[in-house]
Write a protein that binds this ligand. Structure first.
Ligand SMILES: *[C@@H]1O[C@H](CO)[C@@H](O)[C@H](O)[C@H]1NC(C)=O
Length: 297
């Protein structure tokens, strides 16, 4: 009995020393070695919980935070990273000092600078802000998705800009357009545009009914079996629209595989990219599962 008890205590001590999220594959447990790579080295928005394992409010947040990690990394694959820093670990003291952590938990959100395409590598440090809202799954999720950069262009169905934009489609800068009832750009579409930043341009056009044709330059191009929502790529060689074949537009990996297939462009970030695989390893401690593109991405 006593033996069991001592065993349990040492197990608990080991778990605490290793950090509260070290066994959670959906939350990055960051150290000074990995912090900059994960937080500042990407175009993703990152939430970081600075915590101490013994703190009651941290333990209270743990369940919601794990759920957030699962939702963001696993279910939705948003362009968001969910991370934590154990400030009780001596190794991490400089990090917690750098970000002036005074109480636990402190939840911070790091926003990437806007990438305008022309600038060379200037300052890529992210802007940080302390999250002051309610510490629930939903409230934190709403806040962090509101901090995603939007690179999706919005068009009017009857405007003059869309035909030009579609006509400019080329192999260097292909264009993918979402036709949808919902005028808001979803976090998923924003995330795709971030993964393909500088490689594929994304647009959105709100429509009340399925759109059966688009003007491209000054030609009218029909779309077979138009639906709503509908994700299309204009193929300038065949002069036709290619449609994402899935019934639902909620699986980012599947959509990205299709985008890469029809545009020939690989994403710079996300699960199909080299960087995405590196981050997966840091987050889970395991090698990323092979994708349909093999390992050369
Ligand atoms: C953001 O994406 C652009 C285009 O891929 C890239 O040049 C830039 O380095 C990225 N920024 C960061 C911080 O990784």
């Amino acid at each position: 009995m006593l033996c069991h008890f001592i065993g349990l205590l040492s197990w608990l001590a080991a778990v605490i020393a290793a950090g509260s999220y070290s066994r959670d594959p959906n939350v990055f447990e960051l150290t000074p070695k990995t912090f900059d790579k994960v937080v500042h080295g990407s175009n993703y928005t990152t939430v970081v919980e600075f915590y101490a394992p013994w703190c009651g409010y941290c333990q209270k947040l743990h369940g919601s935070y794990s759920k957030l990690g699962k939702f963001v990394h696993d279910d939705s694959q948003y362009a968001i990273n969910i991370a934590a820093v154990n400030c009780d670990d001596d190794v991490n003291r400089p990090l917690c000092a750098e970000y002036r952590i005074q109480g636990f938990p402190t939840v911070m959100v790091f926003r990437p600078p806007r990438h305008d395409g022309s600038s060379k590598k200037t300052d890529t440090r992210h802007i940080s802000e302390v999250y002051q809202g309610e510490r629930s799954f939903k409230a934190i999720l709403n806040f962090v998705t509101s901090r995603l950069k939007n690179y999706v262009k919005k068009f009017k169905l009857d405007g003059t800009i869309l035909p030009k934009w579609l006509a400019e489609t080329s192999n260097e800068k292909p264009r993918v357009l979402l036709v949808t009832k919902n005028a808001q750009v979803s976090p998923l579409l924003k995330s795709l545009a971030i993964d393909y930043l500088e490689r594929v341009d994304f647009g959105i056009v709100p429509a009340k009914q399925p759109v059966e044709q688009f003007t491209v330059g000054d030609e009218v191009v029909e779309i077979e079996e138009a639906t709503l929502p509908m994700l299309v790529h204009y193929n300038s060689k065949t002069k036709s629209f290619e449609k994402f074949p899935g019934a639902k537009l909620n699986d980012k990996t599947k959509i990205a595989q299709w985008v890469t297939k029809v545009t020939g462009q690989k994403p710079a970030e996300g699960s199909l990219s080299k960087l995405g695989k590196k981050l997966y390893k840091i987050r889970t401690g395991k090698k990323a599962p092979a994708s349909d593109f093999g390992d050369e991405l």
